[in-house]
Write a protein that binds this ligand. Structure first.
Ligand SMILES: NC(=O)C1=CN([C@@H]2O[C@H](COP(=O)(O)OP(=O)(O)OC[C@H]3O[C@@H](n4cnc5c(N)ncnc54)[C@H](OP(=O)(O)O)[C@@H]3O)[C@@H](O)[C@H]2O)C=CC1
Ligand SMILES: Nc1nc(=O)c2c([nH]1)NC[C@@H]1CN(c3ccc(C(=O)N[C@@H](CCC(=O)O)C(=O)O)cc3)C=[N+]21
Length: 357
């Protein structure tokens, strides 16, 4: 009886210590730093790129403790550093980073996302300008709006909020964005350089950067880990798979045509989901002790809320939390870190433009 009590007490104490250590890690220096993506400096011969990072509860013991990865905490840490750097830049050279946003149509979700992005810019002192165009705009009107941002020296980053109305050729419009201002990282040159070892893109797409930031802050050593990415969109799935392989993970890319996707995901140490359909990833799709990054953000009706809806991810959270080592919640997981990465990319672009280090 006494032994059982002591073992129980020891388990609780160990979980508490691990959790305190984990929270400390969350607010320590990021590995994908805000000023330069130091992942490109990996030296395969060195002991460990990650060993400079305080080791976490996870990599040390691989215990299942169902940690909820707090994206808001990480985003606030990133934003306060970005705000500090923006301020330094203003003081030193009298310049302010600027973000140009192209928003087409009346989609409620797009307008909400843009409000969030503009608010985040204001918080850190980045100037944002929104070019709002009607739903029935012609391709030429949108390309002109992008070109004006390309030509504006006080705009250092440009995003075209997706999805665009169906009648527009998305690729044609995205290709107008100057590669030097492509803070979304969707330009073929940036995406191509992300895919090829030894090359450095000017920008890494924001949501994939956020996924890696969460994994690395959690202290996960990605080398040789099995990762399953569900979804292959250019915003999240495809570039996340590329970034994971650059971090030496063994990556499987699952999509709508994959037969028995759960056979792939249940082997994975890391599952990143980017589908946009609630409850796609069920508990039995996951290996015990896996780390799950849920980027899915769908609004579902909720009459109990004053707004009438709430946001949910792709993962059946209640089933997953009982099984996994760690998981990102929705909301409050990947989303806020994605926004912080957009600010970080915009700051990087301005620094590059003025040769300010
Ligand atoms: N939190 C964040 O920072 C971000 C969140 N998001 C959210 O991520 C979600 C996805 O967005 P986005 O990437 O633009 O969406 P897309 O529709 O472009 O991509 C969805 C992907 O999921 C795949 N897919 C669909 N059904 C299945 C299935 N049953 N099994 C396996 N794969 C499937 C599709 O496969 P196929 O290619 O074969 O069609 C496709 O590759 C949305 O909820 C969005 O709001 C997006 C960006 C950032
Ligand atoms: N050119 C372009 N670049 C994008 O990066 C891009 C895009 N188009 N189109 C739409 C998707 C979606 N996306 C999200 C970003 C932040 C949250 C986010 O901050 N989510 C919060 C909740 C936000 C809320 O409450 O509305 C959270 O999860 O906590 C979600 C989704 C970026 N996208």
């Amino acid at each position: 009886m006494r032994i059982a009590l002591a073992v129980g007490w020891w388990r609780i104490a160990r979980a508490k210590i691990a959790h305190t250590k984990f929270v400390r890690n969350l607010i320590c220096r990021p590995l994908l730093s805000v000023d330069s993506p130091d992942i490109w400096k990996i030296n395969p011969g060195s002991s460990s790129h990650f060993s400079s990072h305080p080791s976490s509860n996870f990599s040390a013991s691989n215990e299942k403790i169902g940690v909820v990865l707090d994206g808001k905490l990480i985003a606030n840490d990133l934003k306060s550093r970005i705000a500090g750097e923006v301020n330094e830049m203003k003081k030193a050279i009298g310049k302010t980073p600027g973000l140009g946003i192209v928003l087409v149509g009346e989609r409620r979700d797009s307008h909400t996302f843009i409000r969030t992005k503009v608010k985040a810019c204001n918080e850190v002192g980045i100037v944002s300008v929104v070019a709002e165009l009607p739903n029935n705009s012609k391709e030429g009107d949108i390309c002109d709006a992008v070109s004006r941002f390309n030509d504006n020296p006080s705009v250092h980053g440009i995003i075209v909020q997706l999805p665009l109305p169906k009648h527009l050729d998305e690729e044609k419009i995205m290709n107008v964005v100057s590669v030097e201002k492509d803070v979304d990282g969707f330009h073929p040159l940036n995406m191509g350089n992300l895919a090829i070892a030894g090359r450095e893109p000017l920008f890494i797409p924001c949501a994939p950067k956020a996924c890696l930031e969460l994994l690395l802050r959690y202290g996960m050593d990605l080398r040789g880990k099995k990762a399953a990415v569900v979804g292959r969109s250019k915003i999240v799935g495809l570039p996340t798979s590329l970034l994971l392989q650059r971090h030496q993970a063994t990556v499987s890319l699952v999509h709508a045509f994959t037969g028995n996707p759960e056979k792939v995901t249940c082997q994975a140490d890391i599952v990143v989901s980017d589908v946009g359909t609630p409850n796609t990833i069920r508990g039995h799709w996951l290996k015990p002790g896996a780390v799950v990054i849920d980027t899915g953000t769908s609004s579902v009706e909720d009459p109990k809320r004053s707004s009438g809806y709430r946001l949910v991810g792709d993962v059946c959270y209640d089933e997953a939390i009982k099984k996994v080592a760690a998981i990102t919640p929705v909301p409050g997981g990947v989303g806020p870190v994605t926004i912080a990465m957009l600010l970080s990319n915009t700051l990087d672009s301005a620094k590059r433009c003025y040769d300010f280090t």
